[in-house]
Design a protein around this ligand. Structure first.
Ligand code: COA
Length: 259
């Protein structure tokens, strides 16, 4: 039995979380749920960090809920699992840091839902994604019915959820389910490149931009613009804003401190 269900590595301002249950395609059981939850809460209060989530091995990002564990749960425990995973993915979506999903293979059910809770999705050519829950006579329960239509549109989301069809990397790119696709070998490097570019920007600006986009999208345009306005005001008194202007004047790279 593998106790180290979540590997974490932190370098150059980037934290890489690796779901580490490759023998079951990184399926999520209670133990992995709790491990991710603990790590997300730790990251929330850490400064100057960007996050990448991926899966161990070359086959899977995450094959969704652990169906072997599920078979042993009673109705109440299934409810508890769904409640916990939905709240966990929402806490990832609301994390005050940018999160990139490195989809290195199969991402089904909860695996696709996990990627939907991330800000940016990058997939390897062997990725296979889908909300396949209806094939098990259940529905996506970790945000999929809400986040998929918001990302790719209602019609396409209904088609994918109603049929439980899987999509490959090319189709995922075409329908806007992922931002970028690349060869499996270069996936993590590509994700790190994107994370490094984000690292060059002001951390408070990124936090506020994410806040404005996520909350603004859920409301009408005028309320959204008011949210943007308030988020902008937060950046004005920061040291980083002055540093950005000074660096431009002095023709050098800015050094942002998240202050
Ligand atoms: N929960 C628990 N174990 C899982 C799993 C899951 N969600 N998905 C895969 N596994 C296990 C398999 O049982 C198998 O273990 P075993 O060797 O002890 O039998 C191992 O991972 C490898 O999977 P296998 O099915 O042999 O590989 P494959 O390449 O033929 O197929 C999948 C891979 C992911 C397509 C297939 O396993 C599958 O459909 N899994 C279920 C995915 C799903 O419906 N997720 C939504 C849950 S709501």
């Amino acid at each position: 039995m593998n106790d180290n269900v979540l590997l974490t590595e932190e370098r150059d301002g980037i934290a890489i979380l690796t779901l580490n249950r490759p023998d079951v395609m990184n399926a999520i059981n209670f133990s992995l749920l709790h491990a991710i939850k603990k790590m997300i809460e730790e990251l929330r209060v850490k400064q100057g960090i960007r996050v990448i989530i991926t899966g161990a091995g070359e086959k899977a990002f995450c094959a969704g809920a652990d169906l072997k564990e599920r078979a042993l749960l009673n109705d109440q425990q299934v409810k508890e699992f769904i409640f916990t995973i939905r709240n966990l993915f929402t806490s990832i979506a609301l994390l005050n840091k940018p999160v990139i999903a490195a989809i290195n293979g199969v991402a089904l059910g909860g695996g696709t839902e996990l990627s939907l809770a991330c800000d940016i999705r990058m997939a390897a050519m062997n990725a296979s994604m889908g909300l396949t829950e209806t094939r098990l006579a259940i529905i996506p329960g970790a945000g999929g019915t809400q986040r998929l239509p918001r990302l790719i549109g209602c019609g396409k989301a209904k088609e994918l959820i109603f049929t439980g069809r899987r999509v490959g990397a090319q189709e995922a790119l075409r329908i806007g389910l992922v931002n970028q696709i690349c060869e499996q070998e270069s996936l993590l490097e590509e994700c790190k490149k994107t994370a490094s570019m984000i690292c060059e920007t002001g951390p408070i600006a990124i936090e506020q931009a994410k806040y404005a986009i996520d909350y603004g999208l859920e409301t009408d345009i005028h309320t959204g613009l008011a949210i943007e306005s308030n988020a902008y005001w937060v950046t004005i008194p920061t040291e980083d804003r002055l540093e950005g202007i000074a660096a431009f004047r002095e023709k050098r790279k800015p050094v942002y401190k998240g202050k």
